[in-house]
Structures are given as C-alpha cells and as structure tokens.
Design a protein. Structure first.
Length: 286
C-alpha cells in the first residue's frame, strides 16, 4: 500500500481519500475497456473514453479524493457520509453523461459508487477505532490509572496490554502502558508506546514522549515534542515547563526563562507557580 501511495502521489497529492479516488478512476477505465470488447459498435468511443479518463479523470478523482480526505480530517465528518455524497454525485453526473452517449446502465456501473461507499466506510471505522476518546471499558481505564498511581506497574502494563489487544488502535491504551513503562524506568518501551499513541486529538502523547526524551538526555527531541503538543493544544501549559527544562539543559537560559514566564502567564495560580518564580529569579541572577 505504501508503494502504491508513493506512486500515485506524483499524480494527485495522495492521502487515503485521494488513493480511493485514483482507484475509482482506474475502475472506470477498466469498465470502458471491457465495454469496448462487449459492445463492438461502441469500440472506439469506449477506448477513447477510457484513455480520457486515464489521462484526466484519474488525476482529477485523486485530487478530489485528497481534498475530501483533508476536509474530513479538518471538520471531523464521517468518512461514510462523505463517501455517500461522492457516490451520489457520481450517479448524478457520470450516469447522465453515459446515458446521453447512448450507453445502457449495466450492473457493472454500480461498482465505482459501491467501492466508494465500502472504502469510505472502512476509513470511518478505522478513524473511529483510532480516536483517543474511544474508551470501550471505563472501569479498566480507571483501574490502570489507579495501578500507576499506586506504583503497581506490572498490573497496569498487563491490563493496558489487554485493552490494546481488544482495540489495537487505542491511542489512550498505548499512552497508559507507556506511562507505566516510563514510571518503571523502561524508557525504550515507553517511547515505543507513546509514539504509537501520537494523535492530533491527543497531544498529551507528545508531552509524555517529550518527558521521556528529557529523562534520557535527548533534549532536542524533547523540545520538538513540546512544540507539537503546544501546536495541537496551546492550553497544555506543562509543555512550557518541560521545554524550558530542555532548553536549560542545552544551556539556552533565555529561552528557558521565556518558557517559564509563559507558563506563569497562562497558569499563574498553578501549585508550582512559586517554585517557577524562584527558578526564574535564580536564572536571571546568573
């Protein structure tokens, strides 16, 4: 799948929606080629139509699909709904053109909209399963958090592993297990789990991975993860403290102070505010 996406991205700027659009265009080409050999009296018309679709329709459908994919990501609409709309547009636009050219409407012309509906539905299901708010077993989530708070990391890891087994796309499940691994000191496994949990709607995963990078001395990556966390959630104020600590480790006192001051500006009543003010005074006195 990765190789196919890379190939067609040169044509249409592919994302998953665009790839589906390209596939639909290719299906239409095949339909017209098959029709050319079934209805020999329309042979040349069908071949010309197939060539035109391949040259212009496939890139256009790929582009439209890519735009749909971007819009779905931005506005959070269901892939199934978007697929249905595109399928209806196909029936309203393509079919009248074919009818006007004297084509009958065989069953095979239902293939593209059917493929659209199925593919977009599957994408919708994939997105739903991967979304961080998909917590199928709240009792388990609460137990895992309680295990971590008590220091019972092995039970936290075991139960979160079971949650991941039941829902392999559960970003929160990976985050919980990563938190247990990090508290246990198993940083490699923590990094792997936090990486699996990365999601624009779950910026805490970036923050948590940044904490592990800070603990392992990879300060540049810690700063990058804090940047991502703040990009997706500017209210995640602890990211300023974490990034400030990373800057401080790199010897960039000015940037560290700016981040600490930004933290106090956004959350002046935080329980750690006084300690941060003391740290700023000490840094400025150097």
């Amino acid at each position: 799948m990765g190789a196919i996406k890379k190939l067609f991205s040169r044509i249409a700027g592919i994302n998953l929606g665009g790839l589906i659009g390209v596939i639909i265009g290719i299906i239409l080409c095949i339909i017209f080629v098959v029709d050319a050999f079934i209805e020999l009296n329309h042979f040349f018309d069908s071949i010309i139509m197939a060539i035109l679709i391949f040259l212009f329709g496939v890139p256009l459908l790929g582009f439209v699909g890519s735009i749909i994919g971007i819009l779905v990501k931005l506005i959070g609409k269901s892939w199934a709904v978007v697929g249905g709309v595109v399928a209806v547009v196909y029936c309203m636009v393509v079919w009248p053109i074919l009818a006007d050219r004297g084509y009958e409407m065989p069953l095979v012309f239902w293939v593209p909209p059917a493929v659209l509906l199925i593919c977009f539905y599957l994408l919708g299901q994939r997105a739903r399963r991967k979304h961080p708010t998909n917590k199928s077993n709240p009792e388990s989530w609460n137990r895992i958090n309680a295990y971590i708070e008590k220091g019972d990391y092995d039970n936290a890891i075991a139960e979160s592993t079971e949650l991941i087994r039941l829902n392999p796309n559960s970003v929160s499940g990976y985050h919980l297990r990563g938190s247990a691994y990090a508290a246990k000191g198993d940083y490699d496994k923590a990094l792997a789990d936090f990486t699996a949990a990365l999601h624009p709607d779950f910026p805490m995963a970036y923050f948590s991975r940044g904490e592990v990078y800070l603990m392992t001395g990879d300060f540049g990556k810690a700063i990058a993860d804090c940047n991502e966390a703040l990009k997706f959630d500017p209210s995640l104020t602890d990211s300023y403290i974490l990034r400030g600590r990373a800057y401080l480790e790199l010897g960039n006192v000015d940037k560290a102070v700016r981040d600490y001051e930004k933290f106090l500006e956004l959350d002046p009543k935080n329980k750690d505010a006084d300690a941060i003010r003391d740290a700023i005074r000490e840094l400025r006195s150097r």
